[in-house]
Design a binder for this molecule. Structure first.
Ligand SMILES: Nc1ncnc2c1ncn2[C@@H]1O[C@H](COP(=O)(O)OP(=O)(O)OP(=O)(O)O)[C@@H](O)[C@H]1O
Length: 681
């Protein structure tokens, strides 16, 4: 029991330390060196001191407040000891003539007198510890000693045997597990405290490597278990005897453009997966406007050609609606039926849609989360396409895959317009195969980005008037109000009214999150059809909106938006052959972070570069979604600083699984203890 009466066990559990492995991996925050004694003359302000001496005097002073002050002396000098709160026993302890060992941080007190405030006091001449003293993060009611004892007993219980064979350690230049753990908890005096605290010490390298290895093994297991699942292979279907072109050939002939090399390569990668009797699990990445939609449609057609259905799910009605417009137009051209499903459908239309999905009359189905609701029964779902997957929870993503019959899983293609560097993707989405569209359709001019201070708002409004009178269309993106959707709507409405009155000859429209889905898609359709000149919008237009004639975008209060979000928004322009302009209106003063973001937007239009800078600003967890990326599995390793080890861990994981599965299992078992995330990858 601890002083407060709470058991140490329950405090440890509150700290998340419930298994022996949790305790073994509860490393010190810092260390103190009590293995050497210094003389009092060596005391320096700001440094810690471990010294012995004799009490010369001790008394209680009452001004400015009651406190205990003592003087300690050795052959070289003196130091003052001070307690702001004290027990009578401490006054007793400090009787003149007694010798003590004291330890603490030296500070320069009143009149420059060097002193230790609340020093640690122990017997003089006691043997010095042989190891550096660890200091652990703790919680009220749990003494450092109790944590140390718990860790010691956990180490004894686990025995710290190595999961990796000697030759592997030698080849990688790694310390043994036991040495690493002992060094981290009880370092020898000669160890480099700095490297230990900065987590660059070889002992840290070993722990981080073990963690990365467990992560890679876990992801590889997830991938392997997918290989055991079955899916219907979707091979190319030869054109019919009548020599009519296949659906794919017909669509390619119908398109007003040729696929880029990048699109073709990604499509080939998808086709190769679809040939297999296991479910595809591929991420299609491409910068904004790189042309992912047509690649997804061609993949969907491969399912349809094989007599299977394909479904496309997107996280917002606007995005799903944009996809639907395209998929439906292509379907009509091919004589196929594409069905739309979202929450706001009227009862009759919904009934018909559900019936068509179940009977197989619907070849393609596009919609929102409504697709994974209980009432939706697919006739035979061969391919599930999920857009902007990081916006869905894991269970929602998987739910669509489970919408197939029996034990056959559909193939799964996820799409993302938030490109992350390829190596990062391969490392952290190790359970996904990745295709990247890294080329833009030809003829696109780079978007001109201008940073304009809010003081020049009126000039900007006037320039919209000019652009529209020249036949263009424009977006005006309203400020993000994170705290309140209602306030955001209010701002949008005011902006709409101001712009409409300042630009009376323009047809101004407005779209925001609170609109009924049908109204939203009506506004978007009107804008696409050129019936609206200026669209005032909240960030609902962030993803997927594709109106090539809109070549001007103004983002108000650009400093409030995240970098990825600004890039997505800007991606709505620059989709036609016209020169596009994106005006970032900002309000002074700018925070340091906002300056970095706006500068990045000004300097580059490359989504991968933007993603790289965003990673630096926000760290990967925010961007990738920590749960689905395997990042949740990492407590110690850092994706960037330890990139070199990530690759080695990946190689070793593959080697062990192939050649020494029992070692792979033992390693994973050790790291699994208490870490549920490792269980299913
Ligand atoms: N190979 C191509 N050549 C010319 N235009 C193309 C090509 N591929 C796609 N496009 C056109 O480029 C525009 C952008 O394509 P798409 O909407 O698929 O981009 P995206 O990758 O989905 O981007 P976002 O994530 O921003 O929506 C569309 O108007 C599309 O018709």
């Amino acid at each position: 029991m601890t002083q407060s009466g709470v058991s140490s066990q329950s405090v440890l559990e509150r700290l998340g330390l419930s298994t022996p492995m949790d305790l073994v991996l509860h490393f010190p925050l810092r260390y103190e060196d009590e293995t050497r004694l210094a003389s009092l003359a060596q005391a320096r302000p700001g440094r810690s001191l471990n010294a012995e001496g004799e009490v010369v005097s001790a008394h209680v002073v009452t001004r400015p407040r009651r406190q205990l002050v003592a003087q300690l002396r050795d052959d070289t000098g003196e130091i003052q000891l001070r307690w702001l709160h004290f027990y009578p026993s401490q006054l007793q302890q400090m009787q003149p003539g007694k010798r003590w060992r004291v330890r603490g941080e030296v500070r320069s007190g009143f009149n420059g007198i060097l002193e230790l405030v609340h020093p640690k006091v122990s017997q003089a001449s006691a043997p010095l510890p042989q190891r550096l003293t660890p200091v652990y993060s703790s919680s009220e009611g749990l003494a450092q000693k109790s944590i140390m004892r718990a860790i010691e007993s956990a180490c004894a219980q686990l025995q710290l045997t190595d999961t990796l064979p000697e030759p592997v350690l030698a080849e990688l230049g790694l310390m043994s597990f036991e040495d690493a753990i002992r060094t981290l908890h009880w370092p020898r005096p000669q160890e480099d405290i700095h490297a230990l605290e900065l987590r660059t010490h070889p002992a840290w390298v070993r722990v981080k490597f073990d963690e990365l290895l467990a992560q890679q093994l876990s992801l590889a297991n997830a991938r392997a278990s997918r290989q055991l699942r079955r899916a219907t292979p979707l091979p190319p279907v030869p054109a019919s005897k009548s020599e009519a072109p296949s659906l794919t050939e017909a669509l390619l002939a119908h398109l007003p453009f040729e696929l880029t090399g990048s699109q073709t390569r990604c499509l080939q990668e998808i086709y190769a997966d679809l040939l297999k009797p296991h479910p595809m699990h591929r991420l299609l990445q491409g910068d904004v406007g790189s042309g992912k939609t047509i690649v997804a449609m061609l993949a969907a057609l491969r399912a349809v050609e094989n007599g299977q259905q394909a479904a496309v799910m997107a996280p917002t009605e606007i995005l799903a609606g944009q996809h639907y417009l395209k998929f439906d137009a292509w379907s009509k051209a091919l004589g196929l039926r594409c069905v739309w499903l979202c929450a706001g459908l009227g009862a009759k239309v919904k009934r018909q849609a559900l019936a068509d999905i179940e009977s197989g009359q619907a070849h393609l189905i596009v919609g929102t989360q409504a697709l994974i609701q209980d009432g939706v029964v697919f006739h035979n779902l061969g391919l599930a396409i999920v857009d902007e997957q990081h916006r869905f929870g894991v269970s929602q993503r998987l739910a669509l895959s489970r919408k197939s019959d029996h034990d056959l899983l559909p193939h799964q293609l996820t799409m993302s317009a938030t490109p992350i560097p390829r190596t990062l993707a391969m490392t952290f989405f190790a359970d996904l195969d990745v295709s990247v569209i890294d080329e833009r359709p030809p003829g696109r001019k780079p978007v001109k980005t201008k940073l304009v201070s809010a003081g020049r708002r009126d000039e900007v409004i006037a320039s919209i008037g000019h652009a529209v009178r020249d036949g263009g269309q424009a977006y005006w993106v309203c400020p993000l109000v994170e705290e309140s959707e209602a306030l955001e709507l209010q701002t949008a409405t005011q902006t709409y009214e101001t712009l409409a009155s300042m630009l009376p000859d323009l047809r101004v429209g407005m779209v925001h999150g609170r609109l009924h889905p049908n109204e939203k898609s009506q506004v978007m359709q009107n804008f696409s059809a050129g019936e609206i000149d200026l669209l005032v919008a909240t960030t609902v237009i962030e993803v997927g909106v594709d109106v090539p004639n809109a070549a001007l975008m103004v983002i108000e209060h650009a400093e409030r938006f995240g970098l990825a979000q600004l890039h997505q928004l800007r991606g709505r322009v620059g989709r036609g052959s016209e020169q596009s302009v994106c005006i970032l209106l900002y309000e002074q003063p700018l925070s340091q972070q906002a300056q970095v973001r706006l500068r990045a937007m000004y300097e580059t239009e490359d989504g991968f570069e933007i993603a790289r800078r965003d990673l630096q600003l926000r760290g990967p967890g925010e961007i990738l979604g920590s749960r689905q990326s395997g990042l949740a599995l990492l407590r110690f390793a850092d994706y960037e600083a330890d990139a070199l080890w990530v690759e080695k861990a990946r190689d070793l994981a593959a080697h062990l699984r192939e050649t020494y599965p029992e070692i792979a299992q033992a390693h994973l078992d050790r790291w699994l203890q208490g870490r549920q995330e490792f269980l299913n990858g």
